[in-house]
Write a protein that binds this ligand. Structure first.
Ligand code: AMP
Length: 399
């Protein structure tokens, strides 16, 4: 069964074509700068890479171009578009309506539209992607896999903010959590590595990439997570500030250079985090290089702050869970960054967490157990596979 996975952003379309259930990637690619003029589609078939530079004025043209690539004799892997049996869509926000992937019908579409209020930058392009795929592939079942779904198991004491209760009832203000496909995939892999059913594992999962979030997982289910009402909360990220005192916002509004809330919003999302503190880069590799040259630099400070925040949440989630089987690292930094991993779990031996520096040193981009023999809590690196998880969910619903 051939499954197409689509992740539609405001100016990009990411796709992967899978043969299921083997989860074999037949082709994948990325259309960038959709609607911006100098668009480019990078299409890959195995080791072969094709770059198509042509105007992609909108998502409709983008989807048609992608389907054209998949079926083209030169670049494609399909004889006809009819070979695609199902399409899985990444959808950022499912609100409180969906705790699992779902076959898309009119009701699901309306719900995604309704949730656009909560994710105005993400749900509208996700919807456009679904509609354009429906037009291009009539009759093919479509599945929505929500970033928020995995965290719908949070108990009320974890997901509510201590604001007047009406803000939850009237405006749906609560912690939703994001990166759910990644945390769900990591949970399923960690259970397999630990040799236990998912329903028996307790984990702290750390997705550390450009966006960062952690989850406390009890019995395979998310019971707390660091992102909140939006993906701005929690950990320090590439350009996002993570947790701050909310009173900073009204304070800043009274200052001349921040008098517009939209400017503060932009500052917190695009000019803060590792970039804002270091003044150098949002990219951990650049910061590590800068910190090695000058240990007194703000790049070093930014890394220290980043790791301190991760460690603080590890402590919090140890307390939330009581028993923890493993701490799992994923995302670009979690999978490839020994320095951050080591600092984030340093001096926690009294809590049963002992990292083996030798194993940590060379662990990059592959599944590996980094803990010392005898460490009560395992420390695992698990490369994430959000697209693969979406393909699996789609396959399971449509097979
Ligand atoms: P992602 O958003 O998951 O692609 O992750 C992007 C982040 O991973 C960036 O901050 C990169 O600097 C970081 N990253 C990638 N490779 C490495 C590495 N070898 N060491 C440290 N950080 C890395």
């Amino acid at each position: 069964m051939i499954v197409l996975v689509v992740n539609c952003g405001s100016s990009s379309i990411k796709y992967q074509l899978y043969e299921m259930p083997e989860k074999k990637v037949l082709a994948k690619g990325l259309a960038e700068k959709v609607g911006e003029g100098d668009s480019i589609l990078t299409h890959r078939r195995g080791e072969e890479k094709f770059e198509i530079r042509q105007s992609i004025p909108n998502h409709k043209v983008g989807i048609e171009l992608i389907i054209g690539c998949l079926t083209s004799p030169e670049m494609g892997v399909l004889t006809t578009v009819k070979e695609i049996s199902a399409v899985g869509h990444r959808v950022v926000h499912g609100g409180e309506n969906y705790s699992a992937a779902i076959r898309i019908d009119q009701e699901v579409l309306s719900c995604i539209e309704e949730c656009a209020d909560l994710a105005p930058l993400h749900n509208p392009p996700n919807l456009i992607g679904i509609n354009e795929c429906r037009n291009a592939l009539p009759g093919v079942p479509m599945v929505a896999v929500f970033d928020t779904a995995f965290h719908q198991t949070l108990p009320k004491e974890a997901f509510l903010y201590a604001l007047p209760y009406e803000t939850y009832e009237k405006y749906r203000i609560r912690k939703y959590g994001f990166h759910g496909t990644s945390h769900a995939y990591i949970t399923s892999r960690a259970a397999a590595i630990l040799g236990k059913p998912a329903a028996e594992v307790n984990l702290i999962t750390c997705h550390l990439g450009n966006g960062c979030s952690m989850a406390a997982v009890r019995g395979g289910k998310s019971v707390d997570t660091t992102m909140g009402f939006t993906p701005l909360a929690g950990l320090i990220m590439g350009t996002r500030c993570g947790d701050i005192d909310p009173a900073i916002i009204p304070f800043l509004v009274s200052k001349p250079e921040y008098s517009k809330v939209s400017d503060i919003d932009k500052m917190m999302n695009k000019q803060s985090g590792l970039l804002g503190v270091s003044g150098v880069s949002n990219d951990m590799r650049n910061l590590e290089a800068a910190a090695s040259k000058d240990p007194k630099s703000r790049a070093k400070l930014a890394i220290d702050m980043f790791c301190y925040r991760v460690k603080s949440y590890i402590g919090a989630y140890l307390a939330v869970l009581g028993r923890v089987d493993a701490i799992c690292f994923t995302g670009g930094i979690g999978e490839n960054g020994p320095r951050v991993r080591a600092a984030s779990v340093s001096n926690l031996e009294n809590y049963g967490i002992a990292l083996d520096p030798e194993k940590n040193k060379d662990a990059r981009g592959r599944e590996v157990d980094l803990s010392m023999d005898g460490s009560k809590i395992k420390i695992l690196v698990i490369p994430t596979d959000e697209e693969g998880w979406i393909a699996e969910e789609t396959y399971n619903l449509c097979k």
